[in-house]
Design a binder for this molecule. Structure first.
Ligand code: PLP
Length: 379
């Protein structure tokens, strides 16, 4: 089955009780048993809920995986993966990753005795250098947030396999429409469904997709034992969002290209970070592992002044200044004070995240209107 057909049909079946085409919202916490322990596969909604099951099956199908697990947020999904670790275990992670991921790693798991190495993973040699006998997990985000670096998933998977470590890929920026990490050798695909997968800025949710019964047993144990599960209404909203994922992503990519090209020729713009440019240092890897280049773009103004960036952000009419990304509407952000404020300034600078950097999540409006907004805001 090709992607668009999967987005609409995979994992989703007419409701067995009524034939309803759209998955009903099973707004129930518990299920009747005919005799103690005898049930229809559902006991309690933290453990299983039919709306969530259909979403999990749809997510697994889209990523070409056997299993999907849904969580109350992207962070709850990330937390579930990190629970696989024990004190003394080592993790290699990219150095410009989502601020919340950096925070949970350094503020929650480092104090518990897990050792994290944050390295520029676009250079695979720096990953190889950090591998020890204690390396249990390699954590990739690609494209990275907000510098749009590209990490070679297949190359990292080979290193992980040799080290006997798991490879987790946060695929929030790409979605399975642009890139399928499991097919490239990853063990676990991680999502904030809040972003492109839900796609309408109306829900906070997360998910994991992976293969194999051993990972299913371990991860679903933590999903149920720790209880960070989503409600059925939120699962319904993401199921609905997934049905147009391919159409939305296609337009995000088209508009992303138009905006990136406009910014690149603008006399007041110093640099545009977007993996679709042939001049991007990892363009070849992006072209190899991605179907297209997405709608996330960052740029720096000439002079690199924080005040100039803030003035532009305040002038935007369509690019609403807000946290988050991946919705139908265009958003703008200032990572240094917003999404990445939890990363210490020295660490930010080391990763190349300047204080004047503006991040855009290019929506699916008309590209002409978006470019007009950029023109009036940058001046
Ligand atoms: C937003 C985001 C997360 C966290 O997801 P929430 O749904 O906000 O908990 C993780 N990774 C990336 C890349 C994100 O953009």
């Amino acid at each position: 089955m090709k992607f668009a057909t999967k987005a609409i049909h995979a994992g989703v079946h007419p409701d067995p009780a009524t034939g309803a085409i759209m998955t009903p919202i099973y707004q129930t916490s518990t299920y009747a048993q005919s005799s103690p322990g005898v049930n229809k596969g559902f006991e309690y909604s933290r453990t299983h809920n039919p709306t969530r099951t259909q979403l999990q099956d749809a997510l697994a199908a889209l990523d070409g995986g056997q299993h999907g697990l849904a969580f109350a947020s992207g962070m709850a999904a990330i937390d579930c993966v990190l629970r696989l670790l024990k004190p003394g275990d080592e993790v290699i992670s990219t150095d410009d990753l989502y601020g919340g991921s950096y925070r949970i790693m350094t503020k929650v798991y480092e104090p518990l005795g897990i050792v994290f190495h944050f390295v520029p993973m676009r250079d695979l040699a720096t990953v190889r250098e950090k591998v020890t006998a204690k390396t249990k997990l390699i954590w990739v985000e690609t494209p990275t947030n907000p510098l749009l670096n590209i990490i070679d998933i297949a190359g990292t998977a080979a290193i992980a396999k040799e080290a006997g470590a798991l490879l987790a890929v946060d695929n929030t920026f790409s979605t399975p429409y642009l890139q399928e990490p499991l097919a490239l050798g990853a063990d676990i695909v991680v999502y904030s469904l809040t972003k492109y997968m839900g796609g309408h800025s109306d829900v906070v949710m997360g998910a994991l997709v992976f293969n194999g019964d051993e990972l299913l047993e371990r991860l679903s144990f933590y999903q149920n034992a720790c209880g960070g599960t989503p409600g059925p209404q939120d699962c319904f909203l993401v199921l609905r969002g997934l049905k147009t994922l391919h159409l939305r992503m296609q337009r995000h990519c088209e508009n992303g290209r138009a905006v990136a090209e406009y910014l690149r020729q603008h006399p007041k713009v110093e640099h545009v970070f977007w993996p679709g440019f042939e001049t991007h240092p990892n363009h070849a890897v992006a072209a190899k592992q991605m179907r297209d280049f997405g709608g996330m773009i960052s740029f720096v103004l000439k002079g690199d002044k924080k005040e100039d960036a803030i003035a532009v952000l305040e002038k935007f009419q369509l690019f609403t200044l807000a946290e988050s990304l991946g919705g139908v509407e265009s958003l703008s952000g200032h990572p240094a004070t917003m999404t990445h404020a939890s990363i210490p300034p020295e660490q930010r600078r080391k990763a190349g995240l300047s204080d004047s950097l503006i991040r855009l999540s290019v929506g699916i409006e008309d590209a002409e209107d978006l470019i007009e907004d950029l023109a009036q805001a940058i001046g």
